[in-house]
Design a protein around this ligand. Structure first.
Ligand SMILES: Cc1ncc(COP(=O)(O)O)c(C=O)c1O
Length: 384
């Protein structure tokens, strides 16, 4: 088992606080691959909500999915490639990296393709945190990285969002001089709130030496204000960006995503698993990226439905945290879990509740019809 870990990897592990005794365990889980106890949004939504089997007409506004699904060009590309799927098709993965690089203004060596962004999120935690290298996150924030940190034996340090719901970058930069990864989700899940470019630049400039800033941009296309961090990557900073096709592009079940970062940083996450990527996800992602106007069109559709929903809630006296994504955090003025359960009885499945804001529920923006049914059910259960 020992031989599975190279001398270089051993030095890296020792520098993050692992002991020689940990090596066998790490080698075992590296070999175990898919059985790691990790989670993505859908597993978190299912697991934490302990959902019963849902009737087919249930409204699912719980996992920040996009009911529009893949755009027509993506669907067509996927149909076309299916018959060729008996082969390992690496070319499409390379083509995806090239297309993404061109659009983002980075070189293709700065793009590492994945089947979604959960995989690289977990790998970054595995590669850069450890018993003496903490994982720093915002609260409330997306929990998947924290679970990976727990698995690997790294401490998670939670820093509350600021009063304007941006990441408290000053606090995050200085909370632990031994931070391994500082995670910024922009727009943030579950709030949909924005952290401005100057704040992210401050964090990158003032973080502890040796820490990397993990910019999770799963929802970036949905925001008009949030700016992508790609300029930080081209400037050679200690930043890894995560992108996914699960949100605006509507491909959560098809799986495509990427990590964008300096080649030497990406090299450190390469070793944590292996394998070809689904060609369906790759060609769908390429077609999505090449569809002109898609981002603006979908951003507007989702923003319009979100604003209608927020205005309605406001009229009914329920405050919503400022969101520029496909989710809203609603202050339901009583335990969110109760409201979740009452809505479930009405066949409306909303998102989970975060312990630090127990009287809020997260609601994903679905279709106009979904949200109309949500309003009817919400009005009913809250007035009962
Ligand atoms: C903030 C954030 N990051 C990453 C992911 C992972 O999604 P996927 O693996 O589908 O790309 C999600 C899913 O909801 C998310 O909300």
């Amino acid at each position: 088992m020992k031989e599975l870990i190279s001398p270089e990897a051993r030095r890296d592990l020792l520098s993050r606080g692992f002991s020689r005794r940990d090596f066998a365990r790490l080698a075992a889980f590296a070999a175990a691959g898919a059985s790691l106890p990790f989670y993505n949004e859908s597993a978190l939504a299912q697991g934490l909500s302990a959902l019963p089997k849902l009737p087919p007409d249930a409204i699912r506004i719980n996992a920040n999915e996009n009911p529009m699904g893949p755009c027509p060009a993506a669907a067509e590309a996927i149909h076309k490639v299916v018959q060729a799927g008996g082969r390992y098709l690496y070319q499409e993965t390379f083509a995806f990296a090239e297309t993404m690089a061109e659009i983002e203004g980075v070189s293709k060596e700065h793009v590492m393709p994945f089947a979604g962004s959960s995989d690289p999120l977990h790998r970054v935690v595995m590669a850069f945190t450890g018993p003496t290298k903490s994982f720093v996150v915002a609260d409330p924030g997306y929990e998947a990285g924290e679970r990976a940190a727990r698995f690997i034996g790294a401490k998670t340090i939670k820093v509350p969002l600021r009063k304007d719901y941006a990441h408290d970058v000053h606090q995050m930069a200085q909370v632990d001089p031994d931070a391994g990864v500082i995670y910024v989700c922009n727009p943030n899940n579950p709030t949909g709130s924005i952290t401005l470019r100057e704040d992210i630049e401050y964090l990158v400039a003032n973080k502890p030496k040796g820490a990397i800033v993990l910019l999770d941009e799963a929802y970036i296309h949905l925001s008009k204000t949030a700016e992508p961090g790609t300029a930080l990557v081209t400037a050679g900073k200690d930043v890894i960006i995560l992108r996914t096709f699960s949100k605006l592009y509507g491909m959560a079940g098809l799986r495509a995503g990427a990590a964008i970062g300096r080649p030497d940083l990406l090299a450190r996450i390469r070793g944590y698993a292996a394998g070809a990527l689904p060609v369906t996800g790759m060609v769908g992602a390429i077609a999505s990226l090449k569809t002109k106007g898609l981002v603006e069109e979908r951003r507007k559709i989702i923003a319009d439905i979100r604003e209608e929903t927020v205005e309605w809630l406001d009229r009914k006296g329920y405050a919503v945290m400022p969101s520029e994504a496909n989710m809203i955090m609603v202050d339901v003025k009583r335990p969110g879990r109760e409201v979740f359960n009452l809505l479930l009885k009405e066949k409306v499945v909303i998102g989970r509740v975060w312990p630090s804001v127990p009287n809020h529920v997260r609601v994903t923006i679905g279709t106009r019809e979904d949200m109309s049914k949500f309003r009817a059910a919400f009005g009913k259960v809250m007035n009962a």
